[in-house]
Write a protein that binds this ligand. Structure first.
Ligand code: SAH
Length: 287
C-alpha cells in the first residue's frame, strides 16, 4: 500500500471513519520521497532502536522499520490505532504505543523497548508541541540523535548564531546539548491537509560533553533565560529585571569582568560568554 498516495489515504481513512484533528497537529505526508529521506537522514541501522512520535498512518514508520532494529511509535490519537494495525501489519519490528509523548517515562520506554540497541529519535513532529517535545527528548538523556521535521521557523531558531534575530534562549539550550544541523526544507504541498508553514528537517546529534564548562547548568540556563527576557533592552537591564536576587552593581561588574561592553544586548552572547557570565555571577548567588 502506498501510504503517501492521496487516494489510498482517503480510502483508508474513510473506511476507518477517521477525522483530522487540528489540535493534534495532524498533517500527513503525501510525497513518498520525504519519509524515505527523513528515515535515511536519521542514520538508523539494525543496531538502533528508533522512537517515532506521531506515526499518523505510518509512512515514516514503514521506512524506519526497514532500516532499524526496532521502532517504537507513540501515537496520541486512539482513532489511528486500527489504521496503524492495518498499515503496519507486515512490520514485525514495530511496536505502536498508545499515549501522549509528553507524559511518557522516556528512560523506562527506552529500557523496555530498546535493550542492547542505540536509541535515537526520528519523527515528523506534531508542530503544536515542538518545543516541549524537543526539550523533553534532550533532557531525558536517552538518545544519541534526534532527526525531526518541524516548522522551518523553529528549525532556524534552533540553529541561529548569536546576534541574529532568530537567536534566543532555545537556540542556546539546543546548541548546548546538541549539534543541530538543518538538512532540507519540505513545502506545504507535501502534506495533507497542507499546513500554513514551510517545514524543515533537522538533525541534532546529542553531545557527549557540553561545549562549554558550567559549574551548574541549571544556573547557566537561568542566566541565559534572563538575558533574553527583555530582548530590546541591554543585557544589564534584562538581567536586572529577570534574574532575581542580584544587585544591579554586581551585574554591571560581572558584565565588565567578562570583557563585555556595558551596553551589550543579551542576544550577542555566545555559549562561551554565557558560561563566563554565569561563572562571574555564581559567587553572588543568594544561598
Ligand atoms: N508521521 C505522520 C503524521 C505526522 S502528523 C506523517 O508524517 O504523515 C503528527 C502526528 O502526531 C499525528 O498522528 C498526531 O495524532 C500525533 N500526535 C499529536 N500529539 C501527540 C502527542 N502528544 N503524543 C504522540 N503523538 C501525538
Amino acid at each position: 500500500m502506498d501510504l503517501c498516495d492521496l487516494r489510498t489515504i482517503r480510502d483508508l481513512l474513510g473506511r476507518h471513519g477517521f477525522h483530522f484533528s487540528k489540535s493534534m497537529g495532524q498533517n500527513f505526508l503525501i510525497d513518498a520521497s520525504v519519509p524515505r529521506d527523513i528515515a535515511m537522514s536519521s542514520g538508523a541501522d539494525e543496531s538502533c532502536g528508533v522512537l517515532e512520535i506521531g506515526p499518523g498512518i505510518g509512512p515514516l514508520t514503514v521506512q524506519l522499520s526497514r532500516l532499524a532494529g526496532k521502532v517504537a511509535a507513540v501515537e496520541l490519537d486512539r482513532s489511528l490505532l486500527p489504521v496503524l494495525e492495518e498499515t503496519l501489519a507486515e512490520c514485525d519490528n514495530v511496536q505502536v504505543i498508545s499515549g501522549d509523548v509528553l507524559k511518557l517515562d522516556l528512560p523506562a520506554l527506552v529500557r523496555e523497548q530498546f535493550p542492547g540497541l542505540t536509541p535515537l529519535v526520528c519523527a515528523n513532529l506534531p508542530y503544536n508541541i515542538t518545543t516541549p517535545v524537543l526539550t523533553a527528548l534532550v533532557e531525558s538523556g536517552c538518545f544519541s540523535s534526534l532527526t525531526v521535521m518541524i516548522q522551518r521557523e523553529v528549525a532556524r531558531r534552533i540553529c541561529a548564531a548569536p546576534g541574529t534575530a532568530d537567536y534566543g534562549a532555545f537556540s542556546v539550550f539546543m546548541q548546548y546539548h546538541t549539534e543541530p544541523q538543518l538538512l532540507f526544507d519540505v513545502p506545504p504541498e507535501c502534506f495533507y491537509p497542507a499546513p500554513k508553514v514551510t517545514s524543515s528537517v533537522l538533525h541534532c546529534r546529542l553531545r557527549q560533553t557540553p561545549p562549554v564548562e558550567t559549574e551548574d547548568p541549571a544556573f547557566f540556563f537561568r542566566v541565559v533565560r534572563a538575558a533574553f527576557a527583555l530582548r530590546r533592552k541591554t543585557l544589564l537591564n534584562s538581567l536586572s529585571s529577570a534574574l532575581g536576587g542580584f544587585d544591579k552593581e554586581v551585574l554591571r561588574q560581572a558584565i565588565a569582568d567578562c570583557g563585555l561592553p556595558a551596553d551589550i544586548r543579551g542576544e550577542r552572547l555566545g555559549l562561551e560568554e554565557f558560561a563566563a557570565l554565569a561563572h562571574a555571577l555564581a559567587p553572588y548567588r543568594s544561598k
